[in-house]
Design a protein around this ligand. Structure first.
Ligand SMILES: [Mg+2]
Length: 412
């Protein structure tokens, strides 16, 4: 089973996606997601210029060997571009192996550890009324766990809040929050940490009063707090029993989480910008987090993220894989197969893709009673319609960034 063709496909049905498609000499195909939001073309070049030539003629069955070869032979290791490229190869090879075996990938990973994957959706509103409407709408769509993001009085535009401008840019496609806007330059948003810390606990109190104690609620602080501010927020939110508080501090400084941990029992989730098990070494060993937020797409694929999650399992730390719309249906399928098979699954982030994306990527997953299941098609269960994909060429789009009132650039 020799890799005989490798194509990098860029398509932008509702947003940009980068997909690697491998074909073997006996005609099996495998797909891998290599989408790096706002920096997509760097991974296209990494794959097309530096990885594709190395794949042709290799044995498609040797997944671990391909991973180690791509990681170690580059000499320059880690980083989002490298790890997204390796992830795409790894996913595509698992897809091929599943098709060769006639089994869904989760069966090859040890079989199902549960009947489905509890998933959370993104509710948001500039005001409490808008937020309540969004929570109700998510419950009507079947969600049984909800991320809550709210506007802050005095701030025009902040992370996590769906805006009309976004809907217009997305040509009417309803994503509850799609931050990457098409255009030549990134959008500027504004930020005031003190205003946010004053406002947020009251919003969670209102949500608990309206929706009751049982609904799992999550919140993303999106890397914007100092350790002491994060500790203060974690303590302030304790009465509202969060499922998790995410990315409270910029994740590069892992020691910061020690300070947060000493002050609050609110569960912490982190890691969507991490790429390797080494990025997690300290925070898992010291039990500074409760959930691993990495995506299969940005962490070297199924093979490597499984190593991270197996390490986390020794410390009762669970998965909470990244799953916004910039994870393609291929990356989402990989997350579902991995999540179904591991013992320490926690929750899966799930934002529905737009109708055009679902036409480009034909999928086999199911969504029932707030839970995802990858389906039982051999491989990952996703096929790419290349004719449909060809209708939507790449469009430049950037994630926004933040400035404080005095003009200082701040973490977004
Ligand atoms: Mg996040």
């Amino acid at each position: 089973m020799i890799i005989d063709k490798a194509e990098v496909i860029v398509t932008s049905p509702d947003r940009n996606f980068v997909t690697l498609k491998l074909t073997t000499d006996d005609g099996l195909t495998g797909l891998g997601d290599a989408t790096l939001n706002g920096r997509e073309l760097s991974v296209v070049s990494y794959l097309a210029d530096h990885v594709v030539p190395l794949l042709l003629g290799r044995d498609a069955h040797r997944i671990e060997d391909a991973w180690q070869f791509l990681y170690r032979s580059a000499y320059w290791r880690r980083g989002p571009v490298t790890m997204a490229a390796i992830a795409a190869v790894d996913m595509a090879l698992w897809d091929i192996k599943g098709k060769a075996a006639g089994m869904p990938v989760y069966q090859l990973l040890g079989g199902a550890s549960r009947s489905g994957l509890l998933a959370y959706g993104h509710a948001s509103g500039k005001t409490t009324e808008e937020l309540f409407d969004s929570i109700r709408s998510h419950q009507e769509q079947g969600y049984r766990a909800i991320r809550v993001q709210t506007g802050v009085p005095g701030l025009k535009s902040i992370y996590g809040i769906a805006s009309n401008a976004t809907f217009e840019a997305m040509e009417g496609v309803r994503y509850d929050h799609e931050p990457a806007q098409r255009g030549a330059l990134p959008n500027e948003e504004d930020w005031d940490t003190r205003a946010y810390l004053r406002h947020l606990p009251g919003v969670f109190e209102a949500v608990r009063n309206e929706f009751g104690p049982e609904l799992p609620l999550l919140h993303d602080a999106h890397h914007r707090l100092t350790p002491i501010q994060a500790a203060k927020l974690g303590k302030a939110l304790e009465p509202y029993d969060l499922f998790w508080l995410e990315d409270v501090t910029p994740a590069e400084n892992q020691e910061a989480l020690r300070h947060v941990r000493q002050h609050t029992t609110t569960p912490l989730a982190i890691g969507e910008i991490f790429n390797t098990v080494w990025d997690y070494q300290q925070i898992i060993r010291e039990q500074l987090i409760d959930y691993v937020r990495s995506a299969v797409t940005h962490t070297g694929g199924i093979s490597h993220l499984k190593k991270v999650l197996d390490y986390a399992a020794q410390y009762q730390i669970k998965s909470g894989m990244h799953g916004p719309t910039d994870i393609s249906p291929v990356g989402m399928a990989a997350a579902m197969h991995l999540g179904l098979s591991i013992h320490n699954f926690g929750i899966q982030e799930y934002m529905k893709h737009g109708a055009r994306t679902d036409q480009v990527f034909q999928q086999s997953f199911t969504w029932n009673d707030g839970c995802l299941h990858p389906g039982d098609r051999p491989g990952l269960g996703v096929e790419l319609d290349t004719d449909e994909a060809g209708k939507y060429p790449y469009v430049q789009a950037y994630l926004p960034y933040n400035r404080l009132a005095d003009g200082t650039v701040h973490d977004w």
